[in-house]
Design a protein around this ligand. Structure first.
Ligand code: ZN
Length: 208
């Protein structure tokens, strides 16, 4: 016998499932599957229940598009936060990264990506269309652009700047401190925290 499939197609299927996850190679997938077989069944049921509940129950906040167990997320419904400052980020992971710094008390707007013609992602694929109305309806006074300093991030920043040109709101960016080409979520907490506190006017940033 040469392959796992010769022993058990069930095991092979579990290995294939693990191996389809990001960052999990075939060897790790096999190790995971075999280690589950060594556990009590209830252990594996807990994992599979958690995953099933996750995909069935997870929602995205109707206001900011952050991940949420309810229609409105915990950050949006937290009355102690500053309701007039809105931080625009690419993904849920960026919300988590900024929250980890403990330096930001405002609200978020999760775009769900950045404009990237190479990957076929246009403005219509992102949560951009509701941004101007949201700013007006909620009386937002400052929009902080906190996207990655990649070409796609810069393009998206500029698109939002144009999109909001008739909206009365201050637009700032955290570009300072985050190195060019950096993905936001990989910035260390201190750098990210500082760059939010020392944000600069977006229009000024264009002159640099
Ligand atoms: Zn929310």
């Amino acid at each position: 016998m040469s392959s796992v499939e010769d022993y058990s197609q069930l095991l092979q299927r579990a290995i294939d499932a693990f191996a389809s996850l990001p960052g999990v190679g075939h060897k790790s997938a096999m190790r995971l599957a075999l280690s589950l077989l060594r556990q009590e069944k209830s252990f594996t049921y807990r994992i599979s229940d958690a995953l099933r509940n996750l995909v069935d129950g997870i929602q995205y906040c109707a206001k900011c598009h952050n991940i949420s167990d309810e229609e409105i997320c915990r950050i949006c419904s937290d009355e102690t936060r500053d309701p007039h400052t809105l931080c625009v980020v690419e993904s849920v992971r960026d919300v988590m990264a900024i929250e980890r710094t403990g330096q930001y008390q405002g609200l978020y707007h999760v775009l769900g990506g950045v404009i990237s013609p190479m990957d076929g992602v246009g403005p219509q694929d992102l949560f951009l269309h509701d941004l101007p109305t949201r700013i007006q309806e909620e009386g937002i006074k400052e929009v902080i652009l906190a996207l990655s300093t990649t070409m796609e991030g810069e393009t998206t920043n500029f698109y939002i700047y144009r999109l909001l040109k008739d909206v009365e709101v201050k637009i700032t960016t955290i570009a300072q401190g985050i190195a060019i080409g950096d993905e936001l979520e990989y910035a260390d907490d201190l750098t990210l925290g500082r760059s939010i506190l020392q944000r600069i006017d977006f229009q000024e940033s264009l002159k640099r």
